[in-house]
Design a protein around this ligand. Structure first.
Ligand code: NAD
Length: 487
């Protein structure tokens, strides 16, 4: 792998501490970092290199997948870390940074390849990239890459504006937009599972699939993110990005020798084929919910509007369920039900594929038969379950559903950020969100945002510790289906 300087804006922040340093450490142990690798952490407050390294070490102890117990390995890892003070608005700080980077590149005699990772609030993205451009930090004979975190904009217009400004300093090929769901190992496996297994490939369309259910349930409430979340809601925080990315990754049909360009092209095709939702149809296709007081795992919890720093009158959404249709050759007629919410009964991200029921169609008389299901468990545990019908030897050979269940053992699975940072270092953007996808996703949700804003769709309260408003069940019931695994 090519020598790289990893320039981290927001080096004292929460994301850096919980995800980025542990990911780098695990890549280091797996020998997946470049031989010449240096990290320059940036933050507003004064910090010595030593104090910075000690903060990084602490984060490894708290959050690393592998224990940071071998002092020699930890020391080797930390020796790559330097710190520099930078306030995003101070142009002179970028000059200091440039000198530091050039000095380091010269000292190590390495190619000037620079990766700028913006682990800061989105309000700083434009200022930072403009300053990288103007200061000369982005002028290098090596490569330069920009890594940014969601949110990419607040709606269609602001996303376009943001992208226009970012592209003044970086080309699309140089921008790596992290959607950490794309880094989850099971999501990265979807394309391979589908295209390299004839048994799945043969069934992957509307001839055999009755419906698809994509769920991302969280147990937690708004936590300390009130200021951010109350302006965003489930539709922007989860649906526009993570949930639509899962839909794309599941439904693309790829050739065996697919490339990054194939993946991007096919994802765009899916978004292009998604049936447009008109504002007047939001009420019949989308369920907006907000959690009320309830009980989570035996403990009473307050409702959303009683949470600290949330106004009692807030109509923000903490739950969304939607029905989508892809109007293309493969998926025409298959409903995709997508839901995500906070304060749900359990924590789980999964995709359930429900197959059509030839038994019922052929008039076979067995009440115990269930539809075949293929379940991709994405988190917290990773696994695949296949539900089949079999015979029950104890009950006169009646039909009995059985589950073929595979789960990855915990601890063996790399974290999403490990996969994504490793890919970005290698310049592989397969599992990053391309601008076309981001734009088309905003375009699709825009009528929902407007309907919410204008309050033309109801806000359904649901008890914390349930699976969301009953109206979300109705969404499937009217098509003759139900959410699987709500128990
Ligand atoms: P944070 O508030 O913990 O950290 C922000 C960092 O920005 C801090 O290091 C702070 O010092 C720095 N900063 C703030 N103002 C600055 C200025 N004027 N000049 C220089 N530095 C400044 O935020 P975070 O949780 O680490 O999130 C960072 C980004 O990642 C955000 O865009 C967030 O939406 C996104 N994100 C975070 C998470 C997460 O798990 N924390 C998950 C997904 C996305």
């Amino acid at each position: 792998m090519e020598a790289t300087t990893f320039v981290l804006f927001g080096a004292t922040g929460d994301l850096a501490k919980r995800k980025i340093y542990p990911a780098l450490f695990n890549l280091f142990i797996d020998q997946k970092l470049p031989q010449f690798f240096s990290v320059i952490g940036l933050g507003r407050r004064e910090l010595s290199n030593k104090a910075f390294q000690s903060n990084v070490e602490q984060s490894l102890r708290m959050f690393s997948r592998r224990e940071a117990t071998d002092p020699i390995i930890v020391e080797q890892f930390l020796s790559a870390f330097r710190y520099s003070v930078l306030d995003v608005g101070h142009k002179e700080d970028y000059q200091t940074l440039l000198q530091l980077i050039e000095q380091k590149e010269e000292e190590l005699q390495v190619a000037p390849n620079r990766m700028f990772y913006l682990s800061v609030g989105p309000e700083f993205f434009e200022t930072i990239t403009a300053n990288i451009h103007e200061s000369g930090l982005g002028t290098t004979s090596g490569w330069r890459r920009l890594v940014i975190e969601k949110p990419f904009g607040h709606d269609l217009q602001s996303a376009r504006e943001l992208n226009k400004n970012l592209s003044k300093a970086f080309t699309e090929e140089e921008i790596f937009r992290i959607d950490h769901y794309l880094g989850k190992p099971m999501v990265q496996k979807l394309e391979v599972l589908q295209k390299s297994n004839p048994v799945l490939k043969a069934l992957w369309d509307n001839r055999y699939i009755a419906n698809v259910q994509i769920t991302a349930n969280e147990i937690v409430g708004v936590e300390e993110r009130a200021g951010y979340y109350d302006h965003v809601g489930a539709v922007r925080d989860m649906f526009q990005n993570h949930m639509l990315q899962l839909l794309m990754m599941l439904t693309i049909h790829l050739p065996n020798n697919s490339t990054v360009d194939n993946v991007r092209y096919k994802k765009k095709l899916v978004m292009d084929s998604l049936e447009t939702l008109r504002k007047e149809d939001v009420g019949s296709h989308v369920i907006r919910g907000q959690y009320a007081a309830g009980t989570i795992q035996g403990e009473p919890v307050v409702g959303y509007t009683s949470e600290p720093n949330i106004a009692a009158t807030s109509r923000n959404d903490t739950f969304i369920a939607a029905k989508l249709q892809i109007d293309d050759y493969f998926w025409r007629g298959v409903p995709f039900y997508i839901r995500t919410g906070k304060r749900m009964k359990d924590k789980s991200t999964r995709i359930v594929i429900e197959f059509k029921e030839p038994l019922k169609q052929s008039g076979a008389n067995d009440d115990n038969a269930l539809p075949n299901l293929l379940v991709f468990e994405i988190s917290p545990n990773e696994g695949i379950v296949l539900q089949l019908n079999s015979r029950d030897p104890l009950h006169k050979g009646e039909f009995k559903p059985l589950n073929i269940d595979f789960h990855e053992s915990q601890g063996n699975v790399p974290e999403a950020y490990e996969n994504l940072i490793c890919d970005a270092l290698q310049g592989d953007s397969t599992f990053f969100a391309h601008w076309d996808e981001v734009e088309l996703s905003w375009q699709w949700v825009q009528p929902i945002l407007e309907a919410y804003e204008e309050n033309t769709v109801p806000l359904h309260l649901y008890e914390a510790g349930t699976y969301g408003p009953v109206e979300s069940d109705e969404l499937l019931k009217q098509d003759g289906y139900h959410w699987w695994f709500d128990e």
